[in-house]
Design a protein around this ligand. Structure first.
Ligand code: 6PG
Length: 250
């Protein structure tokens, strides 16, 4: 039985004091995953998350782990806004400023979403990049060593928002997803990509997310109301690192 259908599947939860402690715990898990991947298959394929929470994580990685074997690290993005890479809203720009430009990471190891293209073309292009890099054909899925995710106060993750079309996607890896609340497109991994990862790490901070976090971690995880509740790696680890403010209702 896959974990998706298995109500007994329990995500792992680590609660830390505050946002600074969350960044430290996330960096430690990132590096643990990286070392494990280096030993297992000689490279570490990781998808970064956008938003604000990852800023502190990225910065800490850049300052404290500059001597990681970055030449064996391959960086992807779980989602992207439909903007050029130098736009203030760009997840790539945030990652570049906080991490990618500050560590000895070969540019060829960074797989950016070409989000300056029209959203559908950007999604098709990223889908192609994934297929080429992982060597997977239609019907097969890439296996990321680690996918970092955040969660919004509405229970979205990546750019899989409640009520959006991408929630139903089961055959494509990357899609352009219209997000009504922003009146714009986002480019996002789909659930099958997330759920084929070796590990998914959610990083959640702040009181504003406590109600949704209870709805996901306390109730049966198949609660369809929150997209983040549908992230359940079929053959991988699901780890939530949350701060006390976000965990206050658990
Ligand atoms: C994005 C992210 C998004 C983010 C959540 C949480 O592109 O914004 O992919 O899913 O992780 O909105 O954002 P915060 O970490 O800023 O709360």
């Amino acid at each position: 039985m896959s974990k998706l259908a298995n109500p007994a599947f329990k995500p792992e939860l680590v609660t830390v004091d505050d946002a600074a402690a969350l960044a430290r715990a996330a960096v430690q898990e990132f590096c643990r995953c990286a070392q494990e991947a280096f030993v297992s298959h000689g490279r570490f394929c990781v998808a970064l998350s956008g938003g604000n929470t990852p800023r502190a994580v990225n910065s800490l990685l850049a300052t404290e782990y500059v001597d990681l074997a970055w030449d064996k690290v391959f960086i992807f993005f779980g989602d992207e806004r439909n903007v050029p890479p130098d736009h203030p809203d760009s997840n790539y720009r945030m990652a570049s400023e906080t991490l990618l430009s500050r560590v000895p990471l070969p540019q060829r190891n960074v797989f950016r979403v070409n989000a300056e293209l029209p959203a559908s073309a950007a999604a098709d292009d990223y889908d192609r990049q994934l297929r080429e890099f992982f060597g997977v054909q239609s019907g097969a899925w890439p296996r990321f060593d680690l996918i970092l995710l955040g969660m919004g106060e509405d229970g979205h993750t990546a750019s899989l928002f409640p009520g959006s079309a991408a929630l139903q996607e089961q055959s494509r890896m990357v899609v352009a997803n219209w997000v009504e609340k922003f009146h714009s497109y986002r480019i996002t991994f789909t659930f099958p990509v997330l759920n084929h990862a070796a590990e998914v790490l959610f990083l959640v901070s702040g009181e504003g997310k406590s109600r949704v976090l209870r709805g996901i971690l306390d109730r049966a995880p198949t609660d369809a109301g929150y997209p983040a509740a549908k992230v359940r790696p079929q053959d991988g680890r699901l780890l939530w690192i949350v701060d006390k403010a976000a965990a206050q209702l658990l």
